[in-house]
Design a protein around this ligand. Structure first.
Ligand code: HEC
Length: 257
């Protein structure tokens, strides 16, 4: 009797192990197309398995991608694996996962009906250079909502008087270095308008752009300025000309050099 029970248990255990092996193999055969990451800045949002940020495009309607041609050169559709099935990893609501067939034929992964994209300039995992770009691309929360802003506790921690000093430095740097191309009031000249321009709210983007410029497009690098000057001019732009995005601190510039 005991012997029989033992045999049955052993059989059960063996079955479970075979099951587990199949499960593990199945996992290997269909790696997740996307999963989630958590950062102090944006909380939890969708990323590729290797950590590249995923974005939704506000112009996509009815689950169909409107990002084609030139747009698709910068925003790379997240395609379902060879099986054409979208597979999500841990932390993702499986019931929101789907696919859409692109005009160019690929099967793109959707989440909550939003086709997902990576951004060409997020060359390293963990960067969020595409966040809020043009007010049209946003990181995506696990509930499939666009993440519009940084978490409140990530707004720069700075005293009123330090903020005033930073802005004063920034105003002088702007007048001496930026106004010639972006206009005295950020209205734009040979450079684009910085007034009412949501792109300046994207910390990764603006720090990178001011440090390194975009020489092919006529924006020179400003690496030669010190951290206080760069943080100052960015803070000045972010809190002037109709923009309201708060300070960027010298330490934030320093870590991005
Ligand atoms: C010689 C002209 C020139 C100067 C000087 C200059 N910029 Fe620019 N800037 C440009 C051009 C041209 C672009 C557009 C580049 C591109 O295609 O992204 C640009 C883009 C930008 C952008 C991105 C705007 C957007 O909508 O994409 C920001 C932010 C910016 N500049 C900030 C500054 C700041 C701050 C300074 C001063 C420290 C500065 N620029 C000095 C020419 C200039």
């Amino acid at each position: 009797m005991i012997d029989r029970q033992f045999k049955r248990l052993a059989l059960l255990a063996a079955t479970a192990m075979v099951g587990l092996t199949f499960y593990v193999m199945a996992q290997e055969a269909a790696p997740a197309d996307f999963t989630v990451a958590t950062t102090a800045d944006y909380g939890t949002y969708l990323v590729t398995p290797d950590g590249h940020s995923l974005y939704l495009y506000v112009k996509d309607e009815g689950g169909v991608s409107a990002c084609v041609d030139a747009c698709a050169n910068n925003w790379i559709a997240l395609l379902a694996g060879d099986d054409g099935v979208a597979t999500a990893g841990e932390g993702v609501d499986q019931s929101l996962v789907g696919t859409t067939t692109r005009a160019d034929g690929g099967v793109q992964v959707t989440y909550g009906g939003h086709p997902l994209y990576t951004f060409k300039r997020d060359t390293a995992p963990g960067t969020t250079r595409g966040q809020k770009l043009g007010g049209e691309f946003f990181l995506v929360s696990p509930t499939a909502a666009a993440i519009e802003d940084k978490l409140p506790e990530q707004q720069a921690d700075i005293s009123e008087s330090d903020l005033d000093a930073l802005k004063a430095t920034g105003a002088a740097v702007f007048a001496a270095n930026c106004a010639v191309c972006h206009g005295d009031n950020g209205e734009g000249r040979i450079g684009p308008a910085l007034a009412n321009n949501s792109i300046v709210g994207n910390t990764d983007f603006i720090v990178e752009r001011v440090l390194n410029g975009f020489i092919e497009h006529g924006m020179p690098p400003f690496k030669a300025l010190d951290d206080q000057q760069i943080a100052g001019v960015i803070t000045f732009v972010r809190t002037s000309f109709g923009n309201d995005y708060g300070a960027v601190l010298p330490e934030e510039v320093s870590t991005r050099r």
